[in-house]
Design a protein. Sequence first.
Length: 232
Amino acid sequence: MDDVTTPDDFAALYARRFNGAERRAKARVWEVLCERFFSRYIDEDATVLDVGAGHCEFINSVRAVRRIAVDANPELRTFAEPDVETHVASPHELPFLDPASVDVAFSSNFFEHLPSKEILRRVVGEIRRVLKPGECLLVMGPNIRFLPGAYWDYYDHHLALTERSVAELLTTSGFAIDECLPKFLPYTVKGGLPSWRILVEAYLLLAPVSFQLLGKQFFVAARKSAQEKPTS
């Protein structure tokens, strides 16, 4: 990814960052998030792409006909459900996907890990290429406006982003913004959002108050123009 950090480095970092109990807690949270929040954007007959899929919590939980996970981690396949299509690849090059072949693209806590804004723009451009006209890109990430110090506690955080900077990038890259939340989820499952289903459901039900009180991650939903013709 034009960076000195190798895929094996990423695998080692994430193996240390979250223990087994924390990964299971994250998976439980994502099950509820996909069912109660992200399902509004995703039809069950959709093709869904998860860019920077990590441990595949989102793509494993979402309901869709075709589910695709992309990540540089060579252990990606071990995290994905059997029917999830996996590609160990750099996200700014997706040659295995045809233009206008994806209904929903998703990326969570990934953009800030990219080594430069130029690479981020290339990633967004490639996502736009594979999205069908009129369809959505959903982006989550830590909002540096609310995490000015803790943001840099992670060795592999490179880009300082907010919902405004991401929305500006997407707008100048040919997307229209559908939804832009400066505060959505807590920063991390480490002392953040409880993983019990009833509490996650209550957190979503009590929005926007709960978001304002505890949210430190942004959420942006952006749509590719419906009139745009696919390019090869």
